[in-house]
Write a protein that binds this ligand. Sequence first.
Ligand code: GUN
Ligand code: ZN
Length: 428
Amino acid sequence: MRTAFRGSVFHCLADPGEQDDEQAIAWLEDGLLVVEDGLVAELGEADALMGSLSGDTRVEDYSGKLIVPGLIDCHVHYPQIDVIASYGEELLDWLHRYAYPREMMFADEAYAREVAAFFVDELLKNGTTTALVFGTVHAHSADAIFEAAASKKMRLIAGKVLMDSNCPEELQDSAATGYEQSKQLIERWHGKGRLGYAITPRFALTSSEAQLEAAGRLAAEYPDVWVHTHLAENHDEVEQISRLFPWSSSYLDVYDRFGLVRERSVFAHCLHLQDNECRLMAESGAAAAHCPTSNMFLGSGLFDLRRLRGRQVRVGLGTDVGGGTSLSLLKTMREAYKVLHLQQQPLPPGRALYLATLGAAQALYLDDSIGNFEAGKEADFVVLDPRGTSISAHRTALAASLGELLFALIVLGDDRNIAATYLQGVRA
Ligand code: GUN
Ligand code: ZN
């Protein structure tokens, strides 16, 4: 079964921050993306390819719209969709006042399922086709999000949270139960269809050394699962970590001591790092999730992309809802643009898109499957509508190039500019 999608096409082949645009970015004003059995079969100029399509190929015409790879959210908490836009605190108070009390509600399995289904629908509405997701401490919270993603055949990595100290008792597991439940979830979900498991210690502040040790043991038993946690988001957090783990040389050293820093480890935030932590991130093959809407909402700090990419650390974007203020990666890209602009680091539109597509796929070690339109990759893509809002229609009509149009969509766009989301060539 072949389907061809006609429209303007834009994707990245490398990091535009490192390579010339000609090598890093490919755009086709009038392109044709040919999909067969859910995979990219071919991409080229419509003029050249239209004539060679077999008679049974269906053509979907998105002329006037922009086809880009599916957007990838490298860090988000599905249960916190309930507390998005909760006022006025920095991280640690925000957790105690809003996040923890709400996460207790997920003890109710039916409620977890309801929120998981809503969350996955919202991701797809925003053009997000892959996400790395926190559940709650409850094992069934992971089942709920995996089932919701599986019902859409969506690519999703998730885990139940490990937390056994410095948080409300109702939200605590133990080193032993956290290990056992995570292991069962790995066996049940990891590698099933497009689903993957992430061992998910909340952060070093809420896990005992025994729990971190158990998480590391699990990571060693399952070298191809992900590790997903938070790192150096907030000054008070960093200070408490150094008091709690007096033997450590840094925050990342705590995770490293327990075998949690490796390929497929994804650390959200990474704002307040020492040089040796940047070096360890790079050497270990770990990745950073940059979450600009959250960092500004919680007043956490400014992410230094130049510093981390300068050392070749893998970086993707995360929305970090509910500390983050939107599930939209278009909005997340524009806030990344602003955060970097404040540090005299320009973020051209091609590189912003890279951080939400190929860069994120590289951060998750999924770039052999997703991230751009190379032949053989899964045909997850988004159709962006420049006319989704009156202001975006007005501004993009004046754009002199596809790059200018993409930038306007990044600065002005939201879910109204997502005309369609496709998973493996099928409209979601
Ligand atoms: N650090 C530990 N838990 C959380 C969380 O839920 N949100 C954010 N933004 N940071 C965290
Ligand atoms: Zn987070």
